[in-house]
Design a binder for this molecule. Structure first.
Ligand SMILES: Cc1ncc(COP(=O)(O)O)c(C=O)c1O
Length: 389
């Protein structure tokens, strides 16, 4: 056994930050089946409950029968098909962008795009709560990496004022994945514009949920087709499928195709994933009832959560964070919920800051008000027992 690794592992265990994977039997949305037992889950990003939709599954099956599984190549060699091309066009139309490029994952998209947009000597300005893929992309770009206070445009402005770089890039999630709050994109854009900077917005959690017909927050903020404003997003959340994209003006997308290493040197998306996403996008666009129900559940949750004895962070989205503090306490609460048939994993460092461990509750269209009542009742019982012990 390697002594150094062994010590690192025991350090993680001692700090309650060691992670384990639960082997799920099935369930993608509001249900989590583990060891043949059904748990009520608030741990999925399938916000519109589309991942098990039969129409999407049939599209994938048909493509699988026709084309087989792998594209067997990267897009620039022989892995780019009519399906990939049509999905790119459909996303551009949907989002109101000039051109789109498919990536295999959102993580890869952020890595490849950031490194292509900026280099050594340039500067990146990143919200403190941005997703790991934006941070990692920034680090590998070798540009100066500065973090501004969360959702604080003055802090961003101060950093932009100090910048001596010729090229400056501002990066932000549109909906923050762990706090559930929303970036003030219009204000950020005005700062970006004043400084002649570039703006990259990651729409991972907002796509499908926010904006007219689920077009996202960039579109809702009327920032689509704005100069030097780009979007990344993933299909692995509200769209209920798999894959990711980058959208922007034609020249920028063409340049990313030439330079983004995570695009060039990786097998393209399987056609069945692409066809599943094409079908899902239509459903996302047409079925407003899914968003309406989701937001009605979010309101119901917000109205009633204080009955649980716990409070949540200020968020009007499908992501609600029950801030606990220590990893140990967050783990304890998660385990108590699990004993009572509810699955919500504890989110701990390094995903969140030390001392800000939490339960990240995500609400989906397939939840019912009675599920939320049940969660609140169980939380209430746990909090009462904590006070008494
Ligand atoms: C904000 C954000 N960006 C990007 C990603 C990565 O997307 P993917 O799962 O497609 O790699 C995630 C996934 O958790 C995310 O939350």
């Amino acid at each position: 056994m390697n002594n150094i690794i062994e010590k690192k592992l025991s350090g993680l265990k001692l700090s309650n930050n060691y992670r384990i994977r639960k082997v799920k039997d099935s369930g993608n949305s509001h249900i989590f089946v583990y060891k043949n037992k059904e748990f009520l889950s608030f741990a999925s990003n399938d916000y519109l409950s589309l991942s098990n939709d039969k129409r999407i599954i049939n599209s994938a099956k048909k493509a699988l029968d026709k084309h087989g599984y792998s594209t067997s190549s990267s897009a620039l060699i022989s892995g780019y098909t009519k399906s990939h091309h049509m999905l790119e066009e459909e996303i551009s139309d949907f989002l109101g962008q000039e051109k789109t490029l498919l990536f295999s994952t959102g993580y890869q998209a952020n890595l490849g795009v950031i490194k292509t947009l900026v280099n050594r000597g340039d500067s990146i300005f990143s919200d403190k709560l941005n997703h790991a893929s934006l941070i990692d992309g920034s680090i590998i770009s070798r540009a100066n990496f500065k973090r501004y206070r969360h959702n604080d445009c003055e802090s961003l402005e101060n950093l932009l004022n100090e910048s001596k770089s010729k090229s400056n890039l501002v990066v932000s999630d549109s909906l923050f994945s762990m706090d559930g709050d929303i970036a003030n994109l219009q204000k950020i854009y005005s700062k970006v514009q004043n400084h002649g900077a570039l703006l990259l917005v990651d729409e991972a959690h907002a796509l499908g949920v926010y904006g007219e017909n689920g077009r996202g927050l960039v579109n809702k903020s009327s920032l689509n087709k704005k100069l030097n404003t780009f979007i990344t997003g993933t299909f692995g959340k509200a769209v209920g499928t798999f894959g990711a994209f980058f959208s922007g003006d034609k020249d920028s997308v063409d340049y990313i195709i030439q330079k983004a290493r995570s695009y060039i040197y990786s097998t393209s998306l399987p056609i069945n994933a692409v066809e599943a996403t094409r079908k899902s996008l239509k459903i996302v666009e047409e079925e407003n009832w899914r968003r309406e129900k989701l937001f009605s559940l979010i309101n119901y949750f917000r109205k009633n959560i204080n009955k649980s004895g716990f409070s949540v962070l200020d968020s009007s989205s499908q992501i609600q964070a029950l801030l606990i503090g220590s990893s140990k306490d967050a783990l304890y609460l998660s385990e108590e919920l699990f004993k009572n048939g509810i699955y919500i994993p504890a989110i701990r460092p390094p995903t969140v800051e030390e001392g800000k461990s939490r339960l990240r509750i995500s609400i989906t269209t397939d939840h019912q008000e009675s599920d939320i009542d049940h969660l609140i009742n169980i939380l209430h019982t746990i909090s009462r027992n904590l006070v008494q012990s």
